[in-house]
Design a binder for this molecule. Structure first.
Ligand code: SAM
Length: 266
């Protein structure tokens, strides 16, 4: 890193500096010469440099103008390096990175991890897999099972669309500056087929969000927002339970029942 560069907290800049961890992450990504990789937040290029030696195309998306000019100086002579200056949350992943499908990777700034995952779910049809460094606590939420305090809206929506594989725990000392939290590198694999699919994903999203807004209330209480007699319409589920006590499949059932009521999620 240039000695003149001041890291920016607002962009969640904790750069990976531990060479051993960087090697392990590259091994987990396991880039192939057929891969079309998209790296979010390349920073000063700790992962970028290694990835460029493996793959025919590496797209990078970086928001910080100062880092963009450092990256350009460092990597522009690589024919397989492509850089977009911008906000990953505003990028259309379905149209910007031909050829498809893409693999999306990154040591993400913690403040955008959840919105980015929701954004990427909308583009999952063009995504082969996603490999991200997240705060350990976020990975616990992604991976949680019902009856666990980490089980929530993020869990249900991500597990509906993807399989979740925590791959590597990473200690704070692997980064500069050192963050206050532990991290975990995780793989999200979009499901090719969903066993019980939601007829309307907007309804599912709206339902899950409404239920978890009132975590301590019974499902019956939350579902009254959608219909006056929930026990009649959602008879397969025990509505005395709380939102964190039913499975992803149960949410799909509730959502499909709600669809049958002609509920408009907009
Ligand atoms: N990949 C580098 C590494 O591992 O050392 C840097 C990781 S650092 C945690 C996060 C990077 O994402 C920073 O370079 C930051 O500027 C960039 N970033 C933050 N918000 C972003 C956004 N919305 N879109 C694209 N890049 C972003």
């Amino acid at each position: 890193m240039s000695p003149h560069y001041q890291t920016k907290k607002r962009f969640g800049q904790n750069f990976l500096t531990d060479k051993n961890i960087i090697e392990q992450i590259i091994r987990i990504i396991n880039p192939k010469d057929s891969d079309n990789l998209v790296e979010i937040g390349p920073g000063n290029g700790a992962l970028t440099e290694k990835l460029l030696t493996f793959c025919p195309r590496l797209w990078t998306v970086e928001i910080d103008r100062d880092l963009v000019s450092i990256l350009k100086q460092r990597f522009m002579h690589y024919k397989n390096f492509f850089l977009i200056e911008g906000n990953a949350l505003e990028i259309n992943f379905s149209t910007n990175f031909a050829p498809l499908p893409i693999r999306v990777i990154g040591n993400l700034p913690y403040n955008i991890s959840t919105p980015l995952v929701f954004h990427l779910m909308q583009h999952r049809h063009v995504i082969q897999d996603m490999l991200f460094m997240f705060q350990r606590e976020v990975v616990e939420r992604l991976y949680a099972k019902p009856h666990n305090k980490s089980y929530g809206r993020l869990t249900v929506m991500v597990q509906y669309f993807c399989e979740v594989f925590p791959m590597l725990d990473v200690p704070p000392e692997a980064f500069q500056p050192i963050p206050k939290v532990n991290s975990c590198f995780v793989r999200l694999l979009p499901r090719k087929q969903i066993k019980l699919s939601a007829e309307n994903e907007l309804i599912l999203a709206r339902l899950v969000s409404t239920c978890f807004q009132q975590r301590r209330k019974t499902l019956r209480n939350s579902l009254r927002k959608f219909c006056s007699e929930p026990d009649e319409f959602f008879s397969k589920i025990n509505l005395d339970l709380r939102p964190d006590q039913i499975s992803v499949q149960d949410y799909v059932y509730l959502s499909n029942q709600l669809g049958a009521l002609n509920f408009d999620p907009k």
